[in-house]
Write a protein that binds this ligand. Structure first.
Ligand code: 6PG
Ligand code: NI
Length: 188
């Protein structure tokens, strides 16, 4: 049987997709992700929302597509800008497309061998995430960074190895500048 086509209007100011499933990630959901543990514990007293995801997802079948907006709030833990957890796809060869909607930031990508790439994003930037690359977005601005992601319905999420090892690069503010530098804790 054919599925029913539909259109939805993303609120370009807030990133909300009407009818979507909403997921909220607070700082307390991200223990161990940030480098500065003292700054993490301090900010945990407020336990701010780091990001929200509004997802419209289909059954996990090959050939179908999901899409989701992410609203990544501005903030830092120590010098490190707020970021999404980051993941490989569970089916690692599934690619993805991101499109910047509001605010400023970028995407960190990484191969399983630790080769990293930083792609700056602003409204209108389209990022191609090739098969096999882990991906994490970072808000380097002072307003919410909002983007749309479109990904295969059977891609899934594999958070494990990023949770353990992080990315080989970190994105920090130093001397008032955004810097992408080596992660001192990274090892393959
Ligand atoms: C996906 C997308 C994207 C991502 C969110 C939150 O595969 O679903 O990459 O929607 O999930 O931006 O990031 P995390 O999934 O890494 O927490
Ligand atoms: Ni993804």
């Amino acid at each position: 049987d054919y599925k029913t086509p539909f259109g939805v209007k993303i609120d370009l100011e807030t990133g909300v997709i009407p009818g979507a499933n909403k997921l909220v990630r607070r700082l307390s959901d991200m223990r161990g992700y940030f480098l500065d543990e003292k700054a993490y514990e301090e900010l945990l007293k407020e336990d701010p929302i780091v990001y929200e995801v509004y997802a419209i997802e289909q059954e996990e079948k090959e050939g179908d597509l999901n899409f989701a907006t992410t609203v990544l709030y501005p903030g830092k833990v120590g010098k490190e800008f707020f970021f999404t957890k980051g993941h490989y796809h569970a089916k690692a060869d599934r690619a993805e497309i991101y499109c910047g909607i509001k605010g400023r930031g970028g995407m960190l990508l990484q191969t399983p061998e630790g080769e990293a790439k930083w792609i700056p994003m602003e409204p209108g930037t389209v990022v191609y995430v090739p098969p096999y690359w882990a991906h994490r977005t970072v808000n380097t601005g002072n307003e919410p960074f909002i983007f749309l992601a479109i990904y295969p319905a059977d891609a899934g999420h594999d958070y494990g190895s990023i949770k353990e090892k992080g990315f080989s690069k970190i994105v920090i503010e130093e001397d008032g500048e955004v810097k992408v530098v080596d992660n001192p804790r990274w090892k393959l």
